[in-house]
Design a protein around this ligand. Structure first.
Ligand code: ADP
Length: 489
């Protein structure tokens, strides 16, 4: 057995490649940013060729840095920005349009119409609320707008995929067109109960089935890299969307275990076991499929968390850096009644109000920038609390601890406050790289690099734990204040 695994993490702003050893220690990291293309307000695209060359450069950098060549790599695991959609020519491999990125809102109007007619059947079959965020409307848009695309699609001359599919296609020299259930479950075309592309959904969005990738397990053989492209043949044996990979990277493999990623926005996923669990206000999604068993998750996201800190830094300019927010928040004993609801783009789960807008309440003559900063940090914790509450109500599972990762978890004040408000311990791994680690785990399990889930080297060994210290009276008073502010927004 070759001694290393390679994880590829193609995010929204950069491609990374990470080499792991058998203890899941990071041996080397390669990283390349790629261009964000904004053709019009609200539109976001990536150049697929650049996604690929950035990924390839990141792989070379990681291998060079660690002095490892491909023959020393047992397998490759892949994780990726989800929902982003690419359509390419089956014969030439050339994309017919840029990748339409998950954040892109160009299909809002199309989705409003579809939602009115088919909202409930879509929710029932896919676990998702129809939204321009997901892949199918993006694919429909490309087919409608690119001259000649519809005809080519009908003649079976095009292929469609999320970023994982496109990278697999490139890694294997154009021989494999595949995805995994965690990515498929974000397209609005995949039936999460029957585990197949759904004819009715394909019909609603007008997508011929011939365009779609084969859905393979998240952990299992997908294809071999093409030596002509990669300089060696290595099996690709792991694949999952970034949030699901992070859940796996935290080894949240038992029912009720959950993780929250704190970035620009927050993503909370809870493992709900082998049956999809429907939720009024949250998404149901596939976490992974391993060894013939499908694991489902409930997902809630908050649009604006770390972005509120960026706003204080870049627009209000009352912060020099995001890191400074911690010392400022700690420079005052409490919020002094100041609450910020950063509903800059409306409120997501569990409120779902796209017309809500941001507000700050409780200002007095004594309010300082420290209060505003503290209110912004506290809002991250309150919004996460709202998702956890909603998950508890809809799934019946309460959380007993929360595993965290992402840029804003560096903030110790935020982590302690989160623990206080949720009244559970927060577990923060020292290596806050759960996403790539999850992809490595999935790939490693498939080739017996690690024999079983219980044999995975556990990130728990090196963690910081924040335990609740707040009295229940204070918690209740703060949450009442937050609810009052949300009502006003
Ligand atoms: P993404 O993957 O969404 O780009 P990251 O995981 O890189 O996000 O995290 C970046 C976000 O975290 C930014 O929105 C930034 O404002 C926030 N952030 C970074 N450091 C801190 C900090 N010390 N305290 C609070 N927020 C922070």
């Amino acid at each position: 057995m070759s001694p290393y695994l390679l994880a590829l993490d193609e995010g929204t702003t950069s491609a990374r490649a990470i080499v792991y050893d058998e203890n899941a220690n990071v041996m080397a990291v390669g990283q390349r940013e790629f261009t964000q293309i904004y053709p019009y307000p609200g539109w976001v695209e990536h150049n697929p060729e650049e996604l690929w060359t950035a990924q390839l450069a990141a792989i070379k950098e990681a291998l060079n840095f660690s002095n490892i060549d491909l023959s020393m790599v047992s397998a490759i695991g892949l994780t990726n920005q989800r929902e982003t959609t690419i359509i390419w020519d089956k014969h030439t491999g050339t994309p017919i349009y840029n990748a339409v990125v998950w954040q892109c809102r160009r299909t809002s109007e199309m989705v409003e119409k579809i939602k009115g007619d088919y909202g409930s059947v879509i929710k029932e079959k896919t676990g998702l609320v129809p939204d321009s965020y997901f892949s199918a409307p993006k694919a429909r848009w490309i087919l409608d707008k690119v001259p000649g695309a519809k005809g080519k699609a009908e003649r079976g001359e095009l292929l469609l995929g999320t970023v994982d599919s496109y990278l697999i296609y490139r890694l294997t020299g154009g021989t494999v067109h595949a995805t995994d259930p965690s990515n498929a479950s974000r397209t609005l075309l995949y039936n999460i109960h029957t585990l197949s592309w759904d004819p009715e959904l394909l019909d609603i969005f007008g997508i011929p089935e011939s365009l779609l990738p084969e859905v393979k397990p998240s952990s299992g053989f997908i294809g071999n890299t093409d030596p002509g492209v990669m300089g060696g043949e290595v099996p690709v044996t792991g694949c999952a969307g970034d949030q699901q990979a992070a859940l796996f990277g935290h080894t949240a493999t038992r029912v009720g275990e959950s993780k929250c990623t704190y970035g620009t926005g927050n993503f909370l996923l809870m493992n709900t076991g082998n049956k999809p669990m429907a939720s009024e206000r949250l998404l149901t999604t596939i976490a992974w499929r391993i060894g013939g068993k499908t694991t489902y998750a409930m997902e809630g996201s908050v649009f604006t968390t770390g972005a509120a800190i960026q706003w204080l830094r870049d627009e209000l300019r009352i912060l020099d850096s995001a890191d400074e927010s911690e010392s400022l928040a700690l420079s005052i004993p409490d919020n002094d009644g100041v609450y910020m609801v950063p509903a800059f783009t409306g409120l997501g789960a569990p409120h779902w109000n796209q017309y809500a807008r941001g507000i700050i309440v409780g200002l007095t003559r004594g309010t300082s920038r420290a209060h505003l900063v503290r209110a912004a940090l506290e809002s991250i914790a309150y919004q996460t609390y709202d998702i956890v509450e909603c998950m508890h109500r809809d799934s019946g599972y309460g959380i007993t601890s929360l595993r965290v990762d992402g840029g804003a978890t560096r903030n110790g004040f935020l982590m302690q406050f989160q623990s206080d408000i949720l009244d559970v311990p927060i577990i923060r791994p020292r290596m806050i790289e759960a996403t790539a680690r999850g992809a490595a785990y999935l790939a490693g399990l498939a080739v017996d690099f690690w024999k079983s889930v219980s044999a995975l080297p556990s990130p728990e060994s090196e963690v910081d734990v924040f335990t609740p210290k707040m009295s229940s009276d204070t918690r209740k008073r703060l949450l009442d204040g937050w609810r009052n502010a949300v009502g006003k927004s």
